[in-house]
Write a protein that binds this ligand. Structure first.
Ligand SMILES: [Zn+2]
Length: 251
């Protein structure tokens, strides 16, 4: 009768959910709302409305899983990024809009230490009358410092994505070597964490906004990538390997 009972095993938040909540909290603190959208998406939202028409070579950047649909062949797919929700949200609302969209994405990838066929992204965007690149830099610098530490340095460099103009690639200084170069940052001192830019006028026009009156920025990043850098995880396959030894470590 007095023998203590068996303790049930306590569960923990999965590292992906944990980093998602942490990241969403940072953006909510800056006034962003949270939206979600479908994982099975139309080509129209995933590509066309994001300034990536059918014959555009940029489609090669997203290896896509198509879903068979007898009525609309070749038009249904598993979303390759969370960006279609930029369009879905803007179609419904007039500016000012400020949203983040976390969620699962799918790509037809060869799986290795840094690629998975299923992964999570967090998309963010803001549109209003006076939004400039300075707002984008401010928001992303605040984000990086809250997630990786107040002394983090942030670097912006030119990059190309069809739905932004200009586009940037954003890196933080490597927190392992603090910029002097190590294995994690491949000797560069910098770790790329996301892509961003000012929303392309064609995307704004496509949802009925006037690009002469309003402007906006958008960014997107992989959640696992952020978790890997923050918690020092060196292989993305560990996230979805269903190994409790891995899940138990982050408590
Ligand atoms: Zn380093």
């Amino acid at each position: 009768m007095t023998l203590p009972g068996r303790r049930p095993d306590l569960g923990y938040l999965h590292p992906t959910m944990r980093i998602m909540r942490e990241m969403v909290d940072v953006f909510v603190g800056m006034g962003f709302q949270v939206a979600e959208g479908p994982e099975v998406e139309w080509d129209y939202y995933n590509f066309e409305k994001l300034n990536i028409p059918r014959d555009h070579p940029a489609r090669d950047m997203w290896s896509t899983f198509y879903v068979a649909n007898a009525q609309r062949p070749g038009e249904m797919l598993l979303r390759t990024h969370t960006s279609p929700n930029q369009v879905r949200v803007m179609e419904r609302l007039r500016p000012p809009v400020r949203f983040v969209v976390p969620g699962k994405c799918y790509r037809y990838e060869a799986i290795d230490a840094s690629h998975e066929a299923m992964f999570y992204q967090l998309e963010g965007f803001a549109v209003d009358e006076t939004i400039t690149m300075a707002d984008l830099k401010g928001v992303l610098t605040t984000f990086a410092r809250q997630i990786f530490g107040q002394d983090s340095k942030v670097r912006f460099r030119c990059d190309y994505f069809p739905f932004v103009e200009p586009g940037v690639e954003v890196s933080i200084d490597c927190h392992v070597c603090r910029g002097s170069g190590c294995r994690l940052c491949k000797g560069t001192g910098w770790l790329e964490i996301l892509g961003a830019g000012m929303i392309h006028p064609k995307v704004l026009e496509g949802v009925g906004y006037d690009p002469g009156k309003v402007s906006g920025f958008a960014f997107g990043m992989g959640l696992e990538r952020v978790a890997m850098l923050k918690y020092g995880i060196d292989d993305i396959r560990l996230f979805y390997g269903n190994d409790v030894r891995f899940l138990h470590q982050i408590t």
